[in-house]
Design a binder for this molecule. Structure first.
Ligand SMILES: [Zn+2]
Length: 354
């Protein structure tokens, strides 16, 4: 079955982890034996080849670079100018993948439909379609830069990531939007970008709901009722997203799936975190909605973790193909399964771009 993944940090892996994603997952792992600078060395699950094998022909791929002021203990760039330059390097990598025929940027209705058509045919090496998204808006120096990004193909944006941001407050952050955040939201509306609600703290989430009228999704956030953390959505937030016709992508980071996860101590095998646990979160959203129209897949499988912190039945991203059968066993119809695996996000884009 065709799969849409609403959250991958492909360029970050290429440019910061120094991974050539045209390689197989196995080759990337072998090349990292003995390295310990990142927690997921030798344990990655994502490559373009593995995506092709898993029929994951379309994804939302990020640019990501944090700017941190002196008082912020999180790692990040010292100035928004450096953060901008970092995202431009990431874009340059995506563009070279396009030159190789490995990827293709999807920025409008016609390109989307043509891409879906291409993936419905049999062909040896199909390019992975990507919708360019910015995770955390700190690198947007002024609104002119947002316009520049739009021209480069940017189609979705999350105002914040972790901690305090220039425009909004992210996971674990305190405070609201402020004037800059509101200016950003107006410009997002003006350009017709999709607003990504993932990572906004509760205060910014609800302020945004009052202030913003454009299209929104949540690329990668799970359910707070199942795993209690401010990174996740409460049932009230999920219901509001459903009211706004949003689609919520399910993330595959183990700590967001199992409530008893202890960082650096727990293992997916030890705690029994599997794709079934992901389906528990999918099911929770379907029950709140009363249908299967508002949930999708947004794995984040290359977001700084690998097999040490993802469902134990995932070795590479191609194992997402196990989900349809598992959903079927839990009573989901073919139509429901298609909705979850790709249709909800695809139709969201078609509606937004038409
Ligand atoms: Zn990410």
């Amino acid at each position: 079955m065709f799969i849409f993944d609403a959250h991958l940090d492909l360029a970050m892996n290429a440019m910061e982890w120094n991974r050539d994603l045209t390689w197989s997952v196995e080759s990337i792992r072998t090349g990292e034996i003995g390295m310990s600078d990142k927690p997921d060395r030798n344990k990655n699950t994502v490559s373009l080849r593995a995506m092709r094998k898993g029929n994951i022909g379309l994804c939302v791929a990020t640019q990501i670079a944090r700017f941190t002021k002196k008082t912020n203990p999180l790692p990040g760039w010292k100035s928004p100018q450096q953060a901008w330059a970092q995202t431009q390097g990431q874009l340059a990598w995506y563009n070279t993948m396009e030159d190789l025929g490995e990827m293709v940027q999807i920025r409008n209705y016609e390109q989307l439909n043509a891409h879906l058509e291409l993936w419905s045919t049999f062909q040896e090496k199909k390019p992975i379609g990507y919708i360019l998204s910015l995770e955390g808006a700190d690198s947007i120096i002024t609104m002119d830069y947002l316009e520049k990004s739009y021209e480069q193909g940017l189609r979705a944006i999350g105002p914040a990531h972790y901690g305090p941001g220039t425009y909004a407050q992210g996971t674990n952050g305190t405070g609201g939007l402020g004037l800059k955040g509101k200016v950003l939201l107006r410009e997002i509306e003006h350009l017709g970008l999709i607003l990504d609600m993932s990572h906004l703290n509760d205060k910014c989430f609800w302020e945004t709901m009052r202030f913003y009228d454009g299209p929104m999704w949540a690329s990668h956030t799970n359910c707070r009722t199942l795993v209690d953390h401010n990174r996740q959505f409460s049932d009230e937030q999920i219901k509001e997203l459903i009211n706004r016709d949003a689609v919520i992508g399910m993330a595959m980071d183990a700590w967001m799936l199992a409530s008893n996860w202890i960082r650096g101590m727990s293992s997916p095998g030890g705690l029994g975190v599997t794709l079934h646990t992901v389906i528990d979160h999918i099911d929770h959203i379907c029950q709140l909605a009363g249908n299967s129209d508002h949930v999708g897949i947004g794995t984040d499988l290359d977001g700084g973790f690998g097999t040490e912190q993802c469902p134990s039945d995932i070795d590479t991203i191609s194992d997402l193909q196990k989900i349809p059968k598992m959903l079927q066993k839990r009573g989901y119809s073919t139509r429901d399964i298609e909705n979850i695996m790709h249709k909800n996000f695809v139709q969201f884009l078609q509606k937004t771009w038409k």
